[in-house]
Ligand binder design. Structure first.
Ligand SMILES: [Zn+2]
Length: 90
């Protein structure tokens, strides 16, 4: 997020996508990720940009794809699954 500045997002419409990474109980690395399209937002002015920046605190991380006009809001979840390789390590 810090790599994307206001000038790159100004006046553009972005699709917000919530990404829930399902993490392995053993190694904490993602097993799979689920994407859900939330809404479309317009970064019309600096307020809209800084609002997005402020909302980062509610998410694990936020990534902006300025090529595809997409904003990814990342969350973690532990579904109780383990990588097949990690089962062998137990
Ligand atoms: Zn694992």
């Amino acid at each position: 997020m810090s790599a994307v500045n206001f000038e790159e997002m100004k006046g553009k419409t972005f699709t917000e996508i919530r990404v829930t990474e399902k993490l392995c109980e053993v190694c904490d690395k993602p097993i799979r990720a689920e994407e859900k399209v939330l809404k479309t937002i317009v970064i019309a002015d600096y307020d809209a940009y800084s609002n997005l920046f402020a909302r980062q605190r509610a998410h694990d991380r936020v990534e902006v794809d300025v090529e595809e006009n997409k904003i990814y809001l990342y969350h973690h979840d532990y579904p109780g699954d383990v990588h097949p390789d990690c089962i062998e390590k137990l």
